[in-house]
Ligand binder design. Sequence first.
Ligand code: IPE
Ligand code: IPE
Ligand code: MG
Length: 251
Amino acid sequence: MQFSGSPKSKPPTPETSQQVIPAHVAIIMDGNGRWAKARGLPRTAGHKKGADSLRNVLDACRDSGVRHLTIYAFSSENWKRSSEEVNDLMQLLKHYMEQELETLHQNRIRLRFIGDLTMLDKDIKKSIHHAVELTSRNTDFNFIVALSYGSRQELVRAARKLASKIKAGELNPDDITEDMLADALDTSGLPEPDLLIRTGGEQRLSNFLLWQSAYTEFYFTPVLWPDFGGAEFKAALQDFSQRERRYGTAE
Ligand code: IPE
Ligand code: IPE
Ligand code: MG
């Protein structure tokens, strides 16, 4: 038996009716500006409302058994926005981190950052360092924030790391493996995302986790990030549960 219009989806047999939970979810939180514009508000109002969505989704992740959440908070290309918006976003992020840190820590959540943090202001770097250090021994949940992050830039940094090992005579080019390259990325040690959600209606990666999402399942929704909450997240998990992952095999 197959559902019409969806030949790849599996029928809800007793085996498959049990939900498959992704271990790692990555989210491109998009649509804050459009949410604000539709209400005649400044873009920052959308970013502020987006912080509430993040709180809700983080809770929904933990409730459903997801173990790792990576969020795209600010891309390498987002530096091209007005200095006013960049500044507002950075302040908001710093504020969010300081406000949430104690709760995150109490909930045994480990905070990690990926991206080129050298670009950030001193005060935000300090907050990040403190949050990462404080939560470094927590093992219940990994919360990874992609900040000043671009996947191509990350790959270039990885290539440079391997190249300097070759220059130092520690590595032979023919011995480079996929694992070595993966280890040279900011995401070293983390599992690859099982599910990547993009809100806001665009269907592209915008330089997010290009290497890491080789076999990730994508879920695109028109819902704008400030309108995205626990119910929308559960719908994404339900959709993921119906996917058949084959990794190139003929099964
Ligand atoms: C996502 O929302 C947040 C960031 C990129 C920091 P946008 O600000 O891109 O919102 P839209 O896409 O313009 O609606
Ligand atoms: C991607 O959204 C970056 C983040 C959500 C942080 P953008 O809004 O920057 O992406 P484009 O410009 O639509 O590709
Ligand atoms: Mg956008």
